[in-house]
Design a protein around this ligand. Structure first.
Ligand SMILES: O=CC(=O)O
Length: 432
């Protein structure tokens, strides 16, 4: 509990208690977005948000919109701001006195700069553009607010001076995007693959690029192994068999194959590929790989081209970056080399595989099966695959777990903090 002097309208001398029931982070967000920033961008229109508004209003005897049918935020957006800004300062000061000195220190650093409040508050947080398609939101974005001053429009006046951008999911970063951002020096990708970022143009303009580093690697590797086990043991198909009531009618289900002992070729031995290899060795598989260059630290046999890797593999697991060189790296020749019993797992990008050819091979039984998390034209999946029990389909999910998003958040913050303090970046993008 802390104390705060209430100096605004109503009862000028009364001291009110600051309730500790409110989550600090939400209060911060509230202070930044509503009180100081004076606007709500929609992120906090939620029950938690409304609770905070309500509690603040009650504590400070401020006017409240009595009409419950209207969101409180609407009312607050039209309320004059200065008193609230003062309140935020008092609150920060108050916290500084108690055992929350650290929080308050951080809070002072978080205070947003708004020209209309310039004499009252100061904001030292670096400016960062969150660049995202409407359908892609950065997971845990609110956690960045204490560290960075975020905005999300290329049309905003801040665009001309912003030095760092977070690229959310597959949001394209093109020449046109970069033309809006003359001061940009860093693109922080939130994905492992960065085929949606014009890397050549970034390099030409001296813009560094980072990706998700190791944040997703274990999750994607788990998923690749899960897809492979599913294809080999026909788990999803067996599940459908039971659910559709066919077991009592048809009895035995066709045998699946053992994973141990398979020769697995990994296409792209980056951090995901390494994790896949580790897991498959534990299952008793033999592992070989192809990547742009032989890795001095890798003990697995190296094949300089995917065709030769396929000839010597029962399974290909595709987890390399999509580039001009790797587009359709799994083509008709590679599929032929893999053979009728061969299995393809793709957790990289759809366009790494010539999808039309793959569909033909699967439909005609010229390949053993496939586990696909990615497709050439997402979210559209070739309908011919729906009827095939030796194919496991997944909606681009391999990276997504709460744990991987937590890890991603740390990588993003670490990269931005390193950049703004002129230290080496945590996960500069490297092509495998
Ligand atoms: O596909 C997801 C990613 O590249 O992170």
């Amino acid at each position: 509990m802390g104390k705060i002097s209430k100096k605004n309208r109503g009862n000028p001398s009364k001291e009110v208690q600051w309730s500790s029931v409110m989550d600090d982070a939400l209060v911060d967000a509230f202070l930044h977005k509503v009180i100081i920033g004076g606007r709500v961008n929609g992120t906090f229109i939620s029950k938690a948000y409304n609770d905070i508004v309500k509690e603040l209003v009650e504590k400070f005897n401020m006017e409240i919109n009595k009409d419950k049918s209207k969101p409180i935020a609407k009312k607050w957006m039209t309320t004059p701001m200065p008193n609230y800004s003062k309140m935020a300062q008092l609150w920060a000061k108050d916290r500084a006195k108690g055992d929350h000195a650290e929080i308050a220190k951080e809070k002072r650093a978080r205070t947003i700069h708004d020209p209309s409040m310039a004499t009252e508050v100061e904001d030292h947080r670096p400016l960062v553009l969150v660049h995202h398609l409407a359908s892609f939101k950065l997971p845990l974005q609110d956690r960045l607010i204490p560290h960075f001053r975020l905005f999300d429009s290329l049309a905003s006046p801040e665009a001309s001076s912003v030095r760092a951008l977070i690229c959310v999911g597959p949001t394209p970063v093109t020449v046109d995007t970069l033309d809006h951002l003359p001061s940009l020096r860093l693109v922080v990708g939130s994905s492992a693959g960065l085929d949606h970022v014009d890397l050549v143009e970034c390099r030409r303009r001296g813009i560094a690029v980072t990706n998700s580093g190791d944040a997703y690697s274990e999750n994607v590797a788990d998923y690749a192994v899960a897809l492979l086990l599913d294809v080999l043991r026909r788990l999803s198909a067996a599940d459908r068999f039971v659910r559709s009531g066919l077991w009592p009618q048809q009895g035995e289900y066709p045998l699946g194959c053992k994973l141990g002992g398979k020769r697995v070729g990994i296409v792209g031995l980056g951090s995901i590929g390494y994790e896949v290899a580790k897991r498959l060795v534990a299952f008793g598989c033999t592992v070989a790989y192809n990547s742009r260059n032989k890795k001095p630290s890798a003990l697995y046999p190296y094949y300089a081209n995917v065709h030769d890797l396929a000839v010597n593999s029962d399974v290909l697991i595709v987890c390399c970056a999509l580039t001009n060189e790797t587009h359709h790296i799994i083509n008709k020749d590679v599929l032929t080399a893999l053979g009728r019993e061969g299995v393809i797992i793709n957790v990289g990008r759809g366009a790494l595989v010539d999808e039309k050819e793959l569909v033909q091979f699967l439909v005609q039984g010229e390949i053993g099966g496939a586990g696909l998390d990615v497709f050439e034209n997402e979210p559209n999946v070739p309908k011919e695959l729906f009827a095939l029990d030796n194919v496991v389909l997944s909606p681009h999910l391999a990276v997504s777990t709460p744990e991987s998003f937590e890890a991603l958040n740390e990588v993003i913050i670490a990269n931005l903090k390193a950049f703004f303090s002129n230290k080496p970046l945590l996960s500069p993008f490297q092509q495998e």
